[in-house]
Design a protein around this ligand. Structure first.
Ligand code: FES
Length: 115
């Protein structure tokens, strides 16, 4: 099982909700990796910021319900599992999000030499 570094991205769930709104994306960096935080229904998801097709920034993409659309070639990805919903084998890397009394954390997999 993968070990994670849990990086705090917000001090509270309230701060998360104030910054990450439905149908929008919130870009940040955790442990050197650019990610996007997305709200869908009542849950929050984290995915890689760069499009797996050709590396465009998805921070300027469109998010509707559980789909994030790349602004360049319009490939669409499910924010829950990262898989393409417009065909092809491209997929976004996903990160676990944990909310607890101490804040909001995103899990970044530890490198094999750190585990
Ligand atoms: S760069 Fe995102 S779909 Fe092509």
């Amino acid at each position: 099982m993968a070990a994670y570094h849990w990086i705090k991205v917000f001090d509270s769930e309230e701060a998360l909700q104030n910054n990450v709104k439905p149908n929008s994306v919130f870009a940040t960096t955790v442990k050197g990796e650019k990610i996007l935080l997305i709200q869908h229904d009542t849950a929050f998801y984290a995915v890689q910021e760069r499009c797996p097709h050709n590396g465009a920034s998805m921070a300027h993409g469109f998010c509707l319900k559980d789909e994030l659309t790349c602004p360049v070639h319009r490939f669409r990805f499910n924010v829950v599992d990262g898989k393409s919903v417009s065909g092809g084998s491209y997929a976004l890397k996903t990160y676990p999000v944990v909310i607890n009394q101490e804040g909001v954390f995103v899990g970044v997999k530890a490198k094999w030499w750190e585990a």
